[in-house]
Design a protein around this ligand. Structure first.
Ligand code: NAD
Length: 368
């Protein structure tokens, strides 16, 4: 078997700080589990702009296309706000997503028992929550043409176009059904088929793919606005939710925040299978570069560590090791280890970014 390859792009702000803790987990996997990764590291975002005058160098882009998985920290910061739109740090991330054609964005919303008090919802509504939102990421209203701001008579008109082809819907639907088979075997597809033609097509294609290829998976359809209500009313009714780019943007943020802090949320963006059968893949925490706490050892590295756990599961077929990392995170939280963002009203002394990483490594040791 060839050594699995991983490109690490720490980026800006707290990106390098949280990535240093992921490195500890990767080293642990090599030393204690004999799982060695071919790890390379490069620049993205403001860090790449500072060195190369572009937020993503062509060589880095080429490397990202070759490796089995990319793990990114975060990009951006006030220093770069003045830059032209074309070289802003975020453009580096968008280029990666676009050129790797990462059409399925996986956003788990999982509530760790020890943090169930953190949710704005009642504890019994979120305790044990484990759902996966799959958002279509490369098409829909954020990309459709025509778009722009035009003059019509005496006033300006803002135009965006929601456009989906059958094949775009079919491939993300397949991602959802495949995911459901590995979880609770249930998919809920969300759109607005009551008022949008693209929603009618979405519903039809998802149903057709289901009937032809995944009849064993339980499928339901829901209007996206009703879905938002159901997510806050009783989120545990869902297993996998699949939806378009716009609704997915909103619903995945809503679902994620049911579970507490931004410092806890991982994500994966997957594309088509490569020659080796692995999907093109980019893993990243949901949070940004947090310039307000950068360089102070306050960042919570768990979102980035859980993103690596997703890479273990979805790129490297190491589900057992992914479980091990997730259980280690659960254990340190149950033991009361907290970074500053996880401190409740009862107070206490927070650990630093590296303190949290060390605690997770110790929990991994204890798992052997
Ligand atoms: P942010 O996610 O960086 O921070 C929002 C708040 O959450 C801040 O108070 C921050 O301290 C806190 N926070 C975030 N991550 C944390 C962590 N791991 N541990 C503890 N606290 C954490 O969002 P923002 O402030 O809106 O944006 C800051 C910069 O990040 C901007 O330049 C923005 O463009 C960029 N950004 C990048 C990404 C990305 O790289 N994917 C995503 C969002 C924002």
């Amino acid at each position: 078997m060839t050594t699995p390859s991983l490109l690490i792009l720490p980026g800006d702000g707290i990106g390098p700080e949280v990535m240093a803790e992921v490195r500890k987990i990767i080293d642990w996997m090599g030393a204690k589990r004999g799982l060695v990764f071919d790890v390379s590291e490069d620049l993205v975002g403001g860090a790449a702009y500072d060195k190369h005058g572009t937020p993503l160098h062509d060589d880095t882009m080429a490397k990202a296309q070759e490796v089995d998985a990319v793990l990114l920290g975060a990009v951006g910061g006030p220093k770069y706000d003045v830059l032209d739109f074309s070289v802003k740090p975020e453009r580096g991330l968008l280029r990666l997503r676009k050129e790797m054609d990462l059409y399925a964005n996986l956003r788990p919303a999982q509530c760790f028992d020890a943090l169930s008090d953190f949710s704005s919802l009642k504890k019994e509504v979120v305790a044990g929550l484990d759902i996966m939102i799959i958002r279509e990421l490369t098409s829909g209203v954020y990309f459709g043409e025509p778009r722009g701001i035009k003059k019509e008579g005496n006033e300006r008109v803002g135009i965006n176009t929601q456009r989906y082809t059958e094949s775009e819907i079919a491939r993300v639907a397949r991602s959802a059904f495949e995911m459901a088979r590995k979880r609770g075997n249930k998919v809920c597809s969300m759109e607005k088929a009551n008022v949008m033609e693209s929603g009618i097509l979405w519903r039809d294609v998802v149903q057709e793919i289901h009937d032809a290829e995944y009849p064993d998976v339980e499928l339901s359809h829901m209007y996206a606005d009703a879905g938002a209500m159901q997510l806050t009313r009783w989120p545990k009714q869902f297993d996998v939710i699949v939806t378009d780019n716009l609704f997915g943007d909103l619903l995945s943020d809503l679902a994620a925040m049911l579970t507490g802090s931004l410092g806890m949320l991982p994500s994966a963006s997957l594309g088509a299978p490569m020659a080796n059968g692995r999907p093109k893949a980019l893993y990243e925490p949901v949070h940004g570069s947090a310039p307000d706490i950068a360089g102070q050892g306050k960042a919570n590295p768990i979102a980035c560590i859980l993103s690596f756990a997703m890479a273990l599961r979805y790129s490297f077929d190491m589900g057992e090791e992914a479980d091990r990392v997730e259980k280690a995170v659960e254990k340190v939280l149950a033991d009361g280890v907290r970074t500053a963002d996880l401190m409740g009203p009862e107070g206490g002394v927070p650990v630093s970014t590296s303190g949290m990483g060390d605690a997770i490594v110790a929990a991994l040791d204890a798992s052997l």
